[in-house]
Design a protein around this ligand. Structure first.
Ligand code: ZN
Ligand code: ZN
Ligand code: FE
Length: 762
């Protein structure tokens, strides 16, 4: 008998890969075994040559969609002969470990869910080998039932039979359960159970009330998305006046009625990860404005858990809505609630009832948020469905490098061997609950990855809680400049380890000179960087308030660059009152509570205030996003493809990008013409021009032709588009983010890459 050994690398734990191998082995009369080696799956296959060929082809081509095989190695098999094919018990391997993310309910399970003759008819926890919770129920690896929160639900004989039968869709499916043996659903402080609880919650939602619902990776706060009063009340309770709510829609048909849906968007929306996707609202959308005020887009997802499907469709009398507001069940900045105790304490006052169940959530996973750019994904929040799928690195991190990430939108990263595991989004680190969640998840991941962390990496900022936490670990610690980490993150994602011209357009980060950076051009390699460009520095008067109130930055720019006319201009533009102007002038003059910055994010806020679009932000990025929408409105209405730069930048060849000149130009133009949308567009376009000009100058000096774009401002799809287009037009090779956020949610990956190279340097 001929034989081969296949080592298969990829996400293979918990996606039904071993049962799949067993099935095709039976089909092609192959003897041997499949073993989960932790980092890879080893298949030993013996059989007739033609059968072996067929088996090999099937292995590559028919694998479950979710397995995402990275590579297959093949060696000849020389050991003892096998009589049959079998699945061997998990074995451990010390090199690479895969932690499976959660998978949205599959089509087959959905069909069974609504089949009155099926054992699992209307069962809120239906799942199979191809779908269901994974990461969020894991306690440790390998992924087996006794190491998940399903261990407290012993399988009934029927489920057990399915679990053990090769031909079953639930063969080897760890969370398998049914109405007899699975978790129970209930409304807290009531007698409503299971089906009764679902019926009751549907009624309550249609009465315009707010319900907290325990989901896969945490609690949601939900209400009828077609009921403006309910959504407005939720806004009030959550102290969230305008930040867009994500919505869950019943099906693709509903999405198509309300939003513009391209085939690519549909594929992501309905894929096995089911992220929240930002879609343009249709002009004839009938949804209330309160869901996403001043916003032409809407964050939409489809039901991804059986319970969510049952909330939309259930055989009862309720005439249910087809759109639910589904916002994270948390206090702003805190991590999403995962236990009933947390829910009662933190969001209990935001809702009228709590729908819960007794399957524990071990690890939080918020809904992932993504947009599309040139039909490719643009991750905004990487969590459920995606985290912690590893990113392959060129160099080995050895036993372990821990990168703790930044302060906002924190997500940490553990690199081990050649893999970087970017953990799910946690939250903002000023909140002590987020700090606790970070500590806990780091401990859990280190355990699962069997990582012995030897080096810790944190941000250079002395005031970050993450930096303080990293210091407490009593391990060798290195610090990385914030924007350098952004660029490294983009390089790591793109598997690019040569020199790049890094363009970091960002909010704020601590600079090497102690000022606040955020609009930087960094000539970068994996070991070091040179700051070769920056936005003209301007004062930010008012400390923390300056980050929320763009008029302060705008006034600061006038005071710095047009001191003689600052009073007149701020008055004419109604940027602030006379008293405010006096106060801010004194602050800037005497450097009281004022920092110097080169931040692109703060510049966007300043321009938004200047154009009277948003004088203040009620959430991070608010004013900047509205500036983008204004610019896009102009772009839509005009032939912007023939736009020619209106300013003469030819004499600005230094490292300093004269955004101040652009600012003053816009101020004067706006005072004359009052066309905010046009000015917003010109701002985007000319800023891109400034950036690309700087990149060209750096290329001329350094010979480096690849640009890496990163930083939170590149979530602005117009800025991204304009920069990418202009760079390509000038023959640059352009690297952008796709599956890793351009915002601070991605910097731990860059920190990890730096840590790895740092340890190789030692
Ligand atoms: Zn399924
Ligand atoms: Zn059962
Ligand atoms: Fe940043």
């Amino acid at each position: 008998m001929q034989g081969s050994v296949f080592n298969i690398y990829g996400v293979v734990q918990g996606v039904g890969f071993r049962p799949f191998v067993h099935r095709i082995a039976c089909k092609y009369h192959i003897a041997g075994q499949v073993i989960n080696k932790g980092s890879y799956v080893e298949v030993i296959a013996q059989g007739a040559e033609t059968d072996l060929q067929k088996f090999k082809t099937a292995l590559k081509e028919d694998a479950p969609e979710r397995a995402s095989i990275k590579s297959i190695e093949e060696f000849p098999y020389t050991g003892a002969d096998f009589d049959t094919f079998s699945i061997e018990v998990s074995e451990r391997d010390s090199s690479v470990i895969f932690i499976p993310p959660d998978i949205a309910t599959c089509r087959d399970c959905r069909q069974e869910l609504y089949d009155p003759d099926d054992r699992r008819y209307l069962h809120s926890f239906i799942n199979c080998t191809a779908c269901g919770p994974r990461l969020t129920i894991l306690e440790s690896l390998p992924y087996d039932r006794e190491r998940t929160s399903m261990k407290k639900f012993p399988m009934c004989p029927e489920c057990s039979a399915e679990y053990n039968r090769i031909t079953s869709r639930r063969y080897d499916a760890q969370p398998v359960c049914c109405n007899d043996c699975g978790p129970q659903l209930y409304i807290l402080n009531s007698t409503y159970r299971n089906g009764e609880a679902i019926r009751r919650v549907r009624e309550v939602i249609m009465q315009g009330k707010i319900v907290a619902i325990k989901g896969i990776g945490g609690f949601h706060l939900a209400c009828d998305g077609r009921n403006p009063a309910a959504a407005a009340r939720l806004r009030e309770l959550k102290h969230r006046p305008v930040k867009p709510f994500a919505v869950m829609m019943r099906d693709l048909e509903t999405v198509r009625r309300e939003c513009v849906l391209t085939p690519e968007a549909e594929a992501w929306l309905d894929g096995c990860e089911k992220p929240i996707l930002l879609l343009d609202k249709r002009a004839d959308s009938t949804l209330p404005e309160v869901l996403a005020p001043f916003n032409p887009t809407l964050g939409v997802m489809l039901p991804y858990a059986p319970l969510q499907m049952l909330l939309f469709d259930y055989p009862d009398q309720t005439n249910m809505t087809d759109v639910l507001v589904m916002t994270s069940g948390n206090v702003a900045g805190a991590p999403i609630c995962r236990s009933e105790e947390d829910a009662i304490q933190e969001i209990g006052s935001f809702c009228d009832c709590i729908l819960s169940h007794d399957r524990d959530i071990r690890l939080r996973a918020d809904d992932s948020v993504m947009a599309l750019f040139e039909n490719a994904p643009c991750m905004i929040r990487r969590s459920r469905g995606f985290a912690p799928l590893p990113i392959t690195l060129a160099q080995s991190a050895g036993e372990g490098v821990l990168a703790v990430g930044g302060e906002l939108k924190n997500a940490f990263c553990i690199a081990r061997g050649n893999m970087a595991y970017l953990a799910p989004h946690i939250g903002d680190m000023e909140d002590v609950r987020s700090q606790a969640a970070l500590r806990e998840s780091i401990a859990l991941f280190s355990r699962m990855l069997e990582s012995k962390v030897q080096l810790v990496v944190c941000d250079l900022h002395p005031g970050y809680h993450t930096s303080a936490m990293a210091g407490e670990l009593d391990l060798p610690l290195v610090k990385v400049q914030h924007h350098y980490a952004h660029i490294l993150s983009c390089m790591a994602e793109n598997n690019w380890f040569d020199k790049v011209i890094g363009v970091a357009m960002d909010g704020t980060g601590y600079g090497l000179d102690g000022t606040i950076w955020g609009g930087e051009i960094l000539l970068t390699d994996t070991r070091t960087f040179d700051r070769v460009g920056f936005i003209a520095p301007f004062p930010l008067p008012g400390g923390d308030a300056a980050a929320r109130e763009g008029w302060r930055a705008a006034t600061g720019i006038f005071l710095r660059y047009m001191p003689d006319r600052a009073a007149e201009y701020t008055h004419q533009l109604e940027l602030c009152s006379e008293a405010e102007f006096k106060l801010v002038s004194a602050m800037v003059k005497n450097r009281i509570n004022t920092v110097e910055c080169t931040s692109a994010g703060r510049l966007f806020d300043a321009v938004s205030a200047l154009l009277n679009i948003a004088r203040k932000s009620t959430f991070e990025g608010d004013a900047a996003i509205r500036l983008q929408f204004a610019a896009e409105a102009y772009e839509k209405a005009h032939r912007s493809d023939i736009y020619c730069s209106q300013l003469d930048w030819s004499n600005s060849n230094g490292e300093c990008m004269p955004a101040d000149r652009l600012f003053v130009y816009l101020a004067e133009k706006f005072m004359l013409e009052k066309d905010a949308n046009a000015c917003a567009y010109i701002f985007h376009r000319e800023l891109a021009e400034l950036i690309v000009r700087r990149c060209q100058a750096v290329r001329a000096q350094s010979g480096v032709n690849t640009c890496a774009l990163s930083g939170g401002s590149f979530q602005n799809r117009l800025l991204l588009k304009l920069c990418v287009e202009l760079l390509r037009k000038n023959n640059f090779n352009v690297l952008t983010h796709k599956m890793v956020p351009a915002n601070d949610g991605g910097i731990s990956l860059g920190q990890a890459l730096y840590g790895i190279n740092y340890s190789h340097k030692e």
